[in-house]
Design a protein around this ligand. Sequence first.
Ligand code: UDP
Length: 339
Amino acid sequence: MQKTVLVTGGTGYIGSHTVVKLIEAGYKNVLFEDFSNSKPKVLERIEQITGVRPAFVQGDVRSLEDLKKVFDNWKIDSVIHFAGKKAVGESEREPLLYFSVNVEGSIVLLNTMKDYGVKEFVFSSSATVYGDPGYDEFDESTPLAPINNYGLSKWMVEEILRATYKADPTWSIALLRYFNPVGAHPSGLIGEDPNGIPNNLMPFIAQVAVGKREKLMVFGNDYPTRDGTGCRDYIHVQDLAEGHIKALEALNSKPQLLTVNLGTGNNTSVLELVKAFEKASGRKINYEIAPRRAGDKAAYWTNPSLALKLLGWKTKFGIDEMCADTWKWQQLNPNGYPD
Ligand code: UDP
């Protein structure tokens, strides 16, 4: 029977790519979204790609009343919870906002699920829950010690989910710890559309390539890495979206608490990413070396073996595809989604 998945934050960057995969895999979706960091246009784009316009409710995850509009009108089988604030710097300036949206929002959602007897939950966690353990290859047993409020909010929700499962093991919960999501759907119709000046490297490079920004600031070239610049495990958003489908399948097979890192196991430096983007776009990326950014670790990546073992999932795409698809999206949408 066709399952119905509630996708909170379903028009966001990772949410929208996952919704496309869910539709392609035969799931019915209900999207729940407040449009604080995404545009209604995404719904149209999802329809253009899949031929299906997903059901949609506008609301705030902290509002029981808003959530009831979903649970009273659809029989929800599972929830994938993307809705949340995600900018590390902002989380340091606005801790209460981050704990309210990310933590309180998750509690209200989980309580609502409990009331309606829905117990399958996939949570968007993040490699930021690890902080800096003093080594670079993180696996799922790496100690949890977040070093900013964003990471702290993800860790808190993880703890809440572990407690929920412990108290009632008929819940089935996946904690997916993302590394650095980049790329876009190969159609170029959906992609990452940051508000204002991008905080993250890939969207910044893409905006330099398209002529929206003059040059990239490379935050530090004196790290103990191959070329002195920071190294990260960039993962194509298409691979990441596929990981969510695999996680749902696993949760559906038996109640469990599943914790996996989603990354490639590779790492790419800032300058290597600049080069790869130049190759994919045929454009020169101007950059300047700037001081290190506070709170940045030199390098980290995942050991991807547990995801393969538990989900039968591994990434398919490399840096070249990540750059090519980002470039296609950026070229087709130089100013992001139209209003
Ligand atoms: N970075 C950079 N210039 C920028 C943005 C990021 O040099 O304008 C570097 C950053 O120092 C890090 C890497 O790019 O080494 C990835 O940063 P991003 O913010 O994308 O992800 P995060 O490090 O927060 O996981």
